[in-house]
Ligand binder design. Structure first.
Ligand code: GDD
Ligand code: MN
Length: 388
């Protein structure tokens, strides 16, 4: 083991990436590893050969979470053969995404990259990513979901989980997750100044979402690749990673709203709920209109109040909108939430006619059940394409 090849850090390392870089290093490529001893040697030689052949000045940082199979030691043993190889042995830390951030805080290059340490991300795509960066991209992502890309060897269940996670991300963070075809990708390059100074605080595996959400990312370019089968060892993905992903999404969802916009967002939601209920009571109780008609008009009042108040107040600071854009979006939201409202009317009638619940109880249960989804959908459609 070459002593100076290994840097030992504790788990609570700094998370901020400096803006300065070493002009002699184009790309700093971080490889997060946990129990990759059988894979890391071939990968490091392959990476170095590909980058060298392309004349890309680089350093490779293996960030290992003190693997039981001593991946850090195997990698450090190659330091004499592979110029620019450094190993960070993280003691007491864990998690792919935080390992990448840790590696980037030690990096010297103007471009910061990440690739898996098990050989499932083909190194031959790297030159395409670096070329995209040299063409002015802020982030260049290797995507499995572009024509020419794909996944080999994943079970239907894993594919479904990955796509499900992506759909959930689109619902909660449309302006971030919707910017790429493969937001789950763990193989990409970002320009240092896009993330310098950002407080990267990811959870679990999804480092790309953290970069897209917290970095100053304007231009994203994607290149297709085929996710290869693992040669040795197995994936470390477990149920806790999916729960961590959900926590990550919620943290990023609340993050931009942490300012006064969050209070406004919640106030608008409450106001719409109240308006919805008051209009229903007035029409059904006071005016004696029938249940469905009262609930439909009340629901419509809630939808219009929500979208207009979000548009004019909650998200007022967002990019200016043309009138055409506002009308187009209003119609889109109306259509989507109208479908949900229809579902709500069906629930109300079902509760009254089949479960013999009182109309008011049925109305309130349906409102409570449908409202959160319609709000998420409402804000998603209201702000399609905006960063969030
Ligand atoms: N340092 C560190 N700490 N590395 C980790 C940890 C950890 O806690 N967990 C996993 N890794 C490393 C693995 O050693 C491997 O090099 C890489 O992160 C990916 O881990 P896998 O467990 O093999 O993930 P996967 O193959 O199921 O999914 C990968 O590819 C997907 C498609 O790009 C991950 O990168 C996913 O995030 C990605 O969506
Ligand atoms: Mn893997």
């Amino acid at each position: 083991m070459t002593g100076d090849a290994v840097v030992e850090v504790s788990g609570d390392h700094p998370r901020q990436i400096s803006s300065g870089h070493d002009a002699s290093v184009d790309l700093s490529l971080v490889i997060p590893t946990y129990d990759e001893a059988p894979n890391i040697t071939a990968l490091l030689h392959h990476l170095h050969a590909v980058l060298d052949a392309e004349g890309i000045s680089h350093e490779i940082l293996v960030v290992d979470d003190d693997s039981p199979d001593r991946t850090w030691d195997v990698a450090a043993g190659l330091a004499d053969e592979i110029p620019g190889l450094r190993v960070v042995r993280r003691l007491g830390g864990s998690g792919l995404a935080t390992a990448v951030v840790c590696g980037w805080t030690h990096a010297r290059g103007r471009l910061l990259g990440v690739i898996d340490g098990d050989g499932q991300h083909p190194p031959d795509v790297l030159p395409d990513l670096v070329a995209a960066m040299d063409d002015g991209a802020d982030v260049a992502v290797a995507s499995r979901h572009l024509p020419g890309g794909g996944v080999s060897g994943w079970s239907a269940a894993r594919r479904l989980l990955s796509r499900g996670a992506q759909a959930l991300g689109l619902l909660l963070l449309p302006g971030t997750v919707g910017r790429v075809t493969d937001p789950m990708s763990g193989y990409f390059v970002v320009r240092r100044d896009v993330v310098a100074g950002a407080d990267l605080d990811p959870v679990g595996y999804k480092i790309l979402i953290e970069v897209l959400a917290r970095g100053e990312v304007e231009r994203v370019v994607e290149s297709p690749y085929t996710f290869l089968e693992r040669a040795e060892g197995e994936s470390k993905v477990a149920v806790r990673h999916y729960l961590g992903y959900l926590r990550h999404l919620m943290r990023l969802r609340i993050h931009p709203l942490r300012s006064r916009a969050l209070v406004r967002y919640l106030l608008v939601t409450l106001a719409a709920l109240l308006l919805d209920a008051l209009v229903f009571v007035w029409l059904f109780d006071t005016r004696g209109w029938n249940l469905t008609r009262s609930a439909a008009i009340a629901g419509e009042a809630g939808i219009l109040a929500t979208v207009l108040l979000h548009d004019l107040w909650t998200f007022a600071g967002r990019a200016a909108r043309s009138t055409t854009d506002r009308v187009r979006r209003l119609l889109g939201v109306q259509l989507a939430l109208g479908v949900l409202l229809f579902g709500r009317l069906a629930v109300i009638n079902g509760l009254v006619n089949w479960f013999h619940l009182g109309p008011m109880a049925a109305f309130l249960i349906a409102l409570a059940a449908v409202m959160p989804v319609s709000h998420l959908l409402g804000s998603r459609l209201t702000w399609r394409g905006a960063r969030s």
